[in-house]
Design a protein around this ligand. Structure first.
Ligand code: SAM
Length: 313
């Protein structure tokens, strides 16, 4: 399929960009628009793994390789109607969406910031990793979205969190050097979630990619300031746009050349390295350590993840 042959519903400019990324549109576009297998994560704050697996054995859940609490199910199920969901024993979450917190590796007793947290899929996963100890700040700028966030924290039995409503840009000033780990799951153009909702297309444009990249630049610098020396920042998006992925991480590396982009070990995930350039602009070579998740290679939504460490000195 050439970008000139219009895929129903996808803008020409988007198809042209995918082609420029080296993607074979005949393979990539159908995968992008196909719903991935459904997955759920066992919430160890409320349940133990074996009893949930026992109760849900009729769904024949298959474990994913990178996280022993995440399971795929076959066919289409109404997982959101299960009593285990209402009780908070499981969290229904796309498989790719479970990767950033797996990479973050939250530990009990730490201070962790989830800078852009609603509706809380990853906040609840972080709280489980912290075993409800330490301090978890769930920040979200949109008051509307905070309702869903607090509902999910409550249902999941999260007890170590404080919800704040700040622009993430403020944290670099108000909590400089404070956090052991930070997740910045950034507001983005959401190209990777098109199978779930075509509403993304209502706001998608090349201008909105640039606008979002500028917001991400400010957020990633703020997150880095708020990190302790030795701390870990995970930056993630659910989009393919290089401006919002390698471009944003390169922005951080230009300002803080000492920061370290750690290679990722994603067991069982066929990920691709970060791009080295886009439209004539070279990125910092260290962004090759980022992981790009494409839906024609991995059974999940599109994602991009970077793990950045602030050196001790
Ligand atoms: C990709 S979503 C986060 C999804 C969430 N991490 C999860 O897994 O459930 C990005 C969020 O960032 C919020 N946001 C947008 N601009 C922000 C800002 N300047 N500071 C903090 N949050 C912001 C959006 O309202 C949105 O809820």
């Amino acid at each position: 399929m050439s970008a000139k042959r219009r895929e129903p519903g996808l803008p020409q400019a988007m198809l042209a960009r995918f082609e420029e990324m080296g993607l074979d549109l005949d393979v990539f576009v159908p995968a992008l628009l196909r719903l991935p297998s459904q997955t759920f994560r066992i919430n160890t704050l409320k349940a133990d793994r074996e009893s949930v697996l026992d109760a849900l054995s009729y769904l024949d859940p298959e474990p994913v390789e990178w996280n022993d609490l995440v399971f795929r199910v076959k066919g289409r199920q109404k997982l959101g109607n299960l009593v285990e969901h209402f009780l908070g024993l499981i969290y229904v979450q796309d498989s790719s969406s479970t990767i950033p917190v797996t990479v973050l590796e939250p530990e009990p007793g730490e201070r962790i910031l989830d800078m852009a947290s609603a509706p809380g899929s990853k906040t609840t996963q972080i709280a489980a990793g912290m075993q409800n100890s330490g301090l978890l700040i769930a920040n979200e700028v949109s008051v509307k979205r905070i309702a869903a966030l607090t509902g999910n924290l409550d249902r999941s039995g999260v007890l170590n969190s404080v919800v704040t409503k700040q622009p993430g840009q403020a944290y670099g000033h108000i909590a400089t050097g404070y956090f052991d780990r930070i997740l910045l799951d950034a507001p983005c153009s959401s190209e990777g979630t098109l199978s779930r909702s075509m509403r993304t297309l209502e706001i998608w444009s090349e201008n909105s990619i640039i606008r979002l990249a500028n917001i991400q630049h400010a957020l990633i610098l703020s997150a880095y300031y708020a990190l302790k020396p030795g701390g870990v920042l995970v930056y993630s998006t659910c989009t393919f746009a290089p401006e919002e992925n390698e471009g944003t991480v390169t922005h951080l590396l230009e300002r803080f050349p000492e920061s370290i982009v750690e290679p990722l070990e994603l067991k069982g995930i066929d990920s691709q390295p970060g791009f080295s350039e886009w439209r004539g602009e070279d990125f910092d070579p260290r962004v090759k350590n980022m992981a790009r998740i494409f839906p024609h290679l991995h059974d999940g939504e599109g994602f991009c993840v970077a793990k950045i460490r602030k050196p001790l000195t």
